[in-house]
Design a protein around this ligand. Structure first.
Ligand code: 5RP
Length: 222
């Protein structure tokens, strides 16, 4: 079993009957969705899923997991999602899969947020992974130039056909190649203040549990 599958399976154990469950996006979250789907099908687990991307919606529907739109739930009991980097103080970068807008909205409504990662995602400080910033198309070159002026080494994300990558909301993503982020809260506040920025991939003070895949098995950190 690979490490992603190991943590996906472990995380599914935290899902209980009757819960509203935020279903994350990405190659690690994929295994958690599989494991939750298996429990729904084989054990009669009764849950409602709230998905964080069109990809996860398709996957969950195929597995027969009952879903609701985020607009139709009062709150979410637990959200399980992957992450691109997690620092020593449990701050995170997400959005490598371009889904960080919906992922953050779902996480913000959740009583508990569990991140599932293999141990390669644990870092001392954030920033080696390019920080995704979702921007509206209108005026995106101005935002890009501002990042250039600030020496934030921006690049527009492209898809496999070398076209601008489009998010589920039809926006673009600018990745910032910062190498090291010394003050994530200050950076998040500044990005939040920019007109044209829809959402960035800094997920700060939001995780309640991290499940790390190691050669010796899954480690649960709270
Ligand atoms: C998608 C995400 C993913 O959770 C993150 O990129 C981790 O993905 P993976 O498990 O495939 O490494 O934030 O927007």
């Amino acid at each position: 079993m690979n490490l992603k599958e190991m943590v996906g399976n472990k995380a599914a154990e935290f899902v209980k009957d009757g819960m509203v469950v935020g279903l994350g996006t990405g190659s690690t979250a994929y295994y958690m969705v599989e494991a939750v789907g298996k429990r729904v099908k084989e054990d009669g687990l009764s849950i409602t899923g709230v998905t964080t991307s069109h990809r996860t919606t398709e996957h969950a529907e195929k597995l027969g997991i009952p879903l609701k739109d985020i607009n139709d739930v009062d709150k979410i009991d637990v959200t399980i999602d992957g992450a691109d980097e997690i620092s020593d103080d449990y701050q995170g970068i997400k959005g490598g899969g371009g889904a960080h807008l919906f992922e953050k909205m779902v996480a913000n409504q959740s009583d508990e947020v569990i991140w599932i990662v293999d141990n390669s995602k644990l870092v001392h400080k954030l920033g080696a992974f390019p920080l995704p910033v979702e921007v509206v198309k209108f005026g995106c070159q101005q935002v890009f130039r501002l990042f250039e002026e600030k020496d934030m080494k921006p690049s527009f994300r492209k898809d496999d056909s070398d076209e601008f990558y489009l998010t589920d909301s039809g926006n673009y993503i600018i990745d910032l190649h910062l190498e090291q982020i010394d003050n994530p809260h200050e950076l998040a506040k500044w990005l939040d203040s920019l007109t044209g920025v829809v959402e960035h991939g800094l997920f700060l003070d939001c995780v309640t549990k991290v499940i790390v895949g190691t050669e010796n098995g899954p480690e649960v950190k709270e």
